[in-house]
Design a protein around this ligand. Structure first.
Ligand SMILES: [Zn+2]
Length: 316
């Protein structure tokens, strides 16, 4: 990204739309819609808006509902997670509506869900818990603050890798051998977070920059591809040649520790560093590359103490 583009702020090709028509679901939980085929088959959850300003998931979920998609087999659930944060969207501060209080993608441990803390996100997670727990396979749709290529994120279980590779696009994978390292994301709730379980796949797809049409298109394609993989909808004809997959392994999740945090140069993601090279200073602390070809993912655009600063990965 050039300096001039950064100075100009994000491009808004997609903006929030009124979701009130989707509030009344059919399972007794707002913004949750379930369709039973009456035929045997898996229960697949397509979840949007875990982060309120990640608009691509909203486009994909509304596409499914507006087009009247119905599963050929199994069960389809479509949910909009953090609508409260989404509704706080302000074009002057478009990154603020990611969450109201808590990060809804870090609170999915039993301890958080059953704890005594309270926030709009914790209340919503507690409401959505049975929806997430009921699904065999989960696609949680996200986007990034910077304009980078789309990628999958998932715990490094074979059951996840298999599905992400089979769906094909996007071709880039960030796998997490030991989880996210900063709380429990939705895709690691319950049995989906256990290595030895009978759970199905649970994947995040990061579709590109929050407000770009390309991210919305990627989200819709990923949702349709995910549903087709499990036979809930007819498969679209596959592209003749798929790009070779590229996989990165998460090595370390770095949190912002002080208000005096700065990267040594502007980063958007996918830059690589040599072992020992300085990536950021954080008050008295330093973040350095932990290996050669150490590749940064999702560098924060506005550091907040206690939130993620950057993910350090290496290509596999
Ligand atoms: Zn997100």
């Amino acid at each position: 990204m050039s300096d001039s583009k950064q100075a100009a702020g994000p491009v808004f090709e997609v903006l929030p739309r009124d979701l009130s028509a989707y509030r009344q679901g059919n399972v007794g939980i707002d913004y949750v819609h379930r369709f039973e085929s009456g035929q045997p088959g898996p229960h697949v959850l397509i979840n949007a808006l875990t982060h309120g300003n990640e608009l691509c998931g909203m486009v994909a979920a509304t596409h499914l509902l507006d087009s009247g998609v119905r599963p050929l087999r199994g069960t389809l659930t479509v949910s909009f997670a953090n609508v409260a944060a989404y509704e706080s969207f302000d074009i002057e501060r478009p990154f603020e509506s990611r969450q109201l209080v808590h990060n809804l993608n870090r609170v999915w441990s039993a301890a958080e869900l059953e704890g005594s803390e309270d926030s709009p996100e914790l209340r919503r997670a507690r409401e959505l818990r049975p929806v997430v727990a009921a699904a065999d396979h989960i696609l949680d749709i996200h986007s990034t603050s910077q304009d980078v290529q789309p990628f999958w994120v998932y715990p490094a279980y074979a059951r996840n890798a298999e599905v992400a590779l089979a769906v094909g696009l996007p071709p880039v994978h960030m796998v997490m051998p030991s989880g996210l390292g900063s709380g429990t994301p939705l895709i690691q709730h319950g049995r989906h977070g256990e290595a030895d379980s009978d759970a199905g796949a649970a994947l995040v797809v990061e579709c590109g920059q929050h407000f770009l049409q390309s991210a919305a298109d990627t989200a819709t394609a990923a949702a349709l591809g995910f549903l087709a993989h499990f036979g809930l909808i007819e498969a679209a004809s596959a592209p003749a040649q798929r790009p070779q997959p590229r996989r990165y392994e998460l090595l370390q999740t770095c949190l912002v520790q002080t208000s005096d945090f700065a990267f040594t140069r502007p980063l958007i993601g996918f830059e690589s560093f040599a072992e020992g090279e300085l990536i950021a200073r954080d008050g008295p602390h330093e973040i350095r590359a932990v290996c050669d070809d150490c590749t940064v993912m999702m560098p924060t655009r506005a550091p907040v103490v206690g939130r993620e600063a950057v993910y350090l990965t290496r290509p596999l």
